[in-house]
Design a protein around this ligand. Structure first.
Ligand SMILES: Cc1cc2nc3c(=O)[nH]c(=O)nc-3n(C[C@H](O)[C@H](O)[C@H](O)COP(=O)(O)OP(=O)(O)OC[C@H]3O[C@@H](n4cnc5c(N)ncnc54)[C@H](O)[C@@H]3O)c2cc1C
Length: 396
């Protein structure tokens, strides 16, 4: 009953070549990790080690790292395509996507010494860079109010505070951590005084406690407690006090990349639903003949297509070094909704079988729902469009 989707079931938009070799290569790997693999991981609350290792060894996770550091030096769109194919296959890129979007912070703002030290290992798959600590339990989306403090003492920073939802920290070698280095009441703007530290988790002997959080999907996420954690000053990324800007300028890449995942989910649901709707006969007819089944799938397809176009536009602008906040945010909004509506249509089409775990649809449906909350919630995206694109007043 392990139904997989094949490439021929849903063709891509003919906008020219869109990394067909990469798509085929990623699909070949994903074919070795079918629904049963992901179901077992979730049941056992395990991380997708084998899948991530194979993807790293094949070079796909180093796709965005420049060639001089051992990567493939491909554009952001290639990263999107890799993540999309993982999701279209029924898998989940949550196990490994952070590496792609965090790379930009190190590339754009890290020192040459930091790049030489870490990027070749990340590209080769010997160093995992999958953890990203920004969100805190008491301040949530209001990032500038975060309370984790790093105080410089000689050649090290001493970190105290707490993070939440730090996904994959227990499975990562490196973590980027956003901390306050200058107290809020001593800075001119609330966005000042924050810094990005690169924490080498392999070197941590004390001062950091991790507690796993059980979630509705297998996301391998954690709560982190810092109690005099020492981080060498050489692990500061860029300039002290500029961290908020560094994180912010990585956000567009993150939004575009995760849009790829959601587009993959939408394709997965639409392909499965339309196929099943044509095959399942009830009352003497295929259920797909009924407009109550057919139209939600058709509508989801239209939504997917629109989201796909905007995601491609956002990636193209990003690559050209042009402003892309509007497109990246719009892509994330539309892709998350396309995935969710496609998931809803798929659930309804499969009827009772949608609830059977071995069909994988309920697992993918649960995953699709979370995209409207993380990595950024829909309201924050709408606030961006309302305020920055349409010039309406700020709510915060
Ligand atoms: C599975 C999972 C994995 C995650 N992984 C990571 C990770 O690896 N690293 C990391 O740093 N974080 C991670 N996060 C955190 C995620 O980025 C946050 O959950 C998300 O940004 C929302 O923050 P919050 O949960 O604190 O919600 P809150 O900020 O408490 O907001 C709650 C709700 O209120 C809305 N809201 C708040 N203010 C306004 C306003 N002014 N106008 C309109 N609506 C508003 C929000 O949009 C949201 O819907 C993860 C979260 C999840 C669920």
């Amino acid at each position: 009953m392990d139904q997989r989707v094949t490439d021929t079931e849903m063709t891509m938009v003919p906008l020219g070549e869109d990394y067909p070799e990469i798509r085929a290569g990623v699909r070949a790997i994903c074919d070795k990790y079918p629904g049963a693999y992901w179901r077992k991981l979730e049941k056992d609350d395990e991380y997708a080690d084998d899948f991530v290792n194979e993807l790293s060894a094949s070079g796909y996770l180093g796709a965005l790292i420049p060639e001089e550091y051992g990567g493939s030096g491909l554009p952001l769109r290639a990263g999107c395509v890799i993540l999309e194919e993982i999701h279209y296959s029924g898998g989940s890129a949550a196990a490994c996507h952070a590496q792609m979007y965090m790379m930009g912070t190190m590339l754009r703002h890290g020192s040459e010494e930091q790049k030489q030290r870490y990027l070749p290992g990340i590209a080769a798959g010997t160093i995992r860079f999958q953890a990203f600590g920004v969100t805190e339990p008491t301040t949530g989306s209001d990032t500038t109010q975060l309370k984790t403090r790093a105080v410089r003492q000689g050649d090290k920073y001493v970190v105290n505070g707490q993070k939440i939802w730090t996904s994959r920290a227990h499975k990562s070698d490196l973590m980027t951590l956003l901390v306050r280095t200058t107290a809020l009441d001593q800075v001119k703007r609330r966005t000042d005084g924050l810094s990005v530290l690169l924490v080498d988790l392999r070197a941590v002997k004390s001062g950091l406690t991790m507690r796993r959080i059980e979630t509705m999907i297998n996301h391998q996420t954690n709560e982190l407690f810092f109690d005099d954690l020492e981080v060498p000053v050489e692990n500061l990324i860029g300039e002290e006090g500029q961290g908020f800007r560094y994180i912010l300028d990585g956000m567009n890449a993150e939004r575009i990349l995760v849009s790829g995942e959601m587009l993959g989910d939408a394709r997965y649901f639409i392909a499965r639903a339309s196929k099943y709707a044509g095959e399942r006969v009830v009352f003497g007819n295929p259920i797909g003949k009924n407009q109550g089944i057919q139209f939600p799938i058709a509508r989801a397809y239209a939504e997917w297509k629109a989201a796909d176009m905007v995601t491609r536009a956002a990636a193209a602008l990003f690559q050209a070094g042009k402003p892309c906040g509007e497109e990246a945010n719009t892509a994330k909004l539309l892709a998350s909704e396309a995935a969710w509506h496609a998931g809803e249509a798929c659930m309804q089409t499969f009827g009772g079988f949608a609830a059977a775990k071995e069909f994988d649809i309920e697992r993918k449906w649960r995953e699709a729902r979370v995209y409207q909350i993380a990595p950024i919630s829909t309201n924050m995206i709408l606030a961006y469009i309302g305020q920055h694109v349409l010039g309406m007043p700020r709510s915060y």
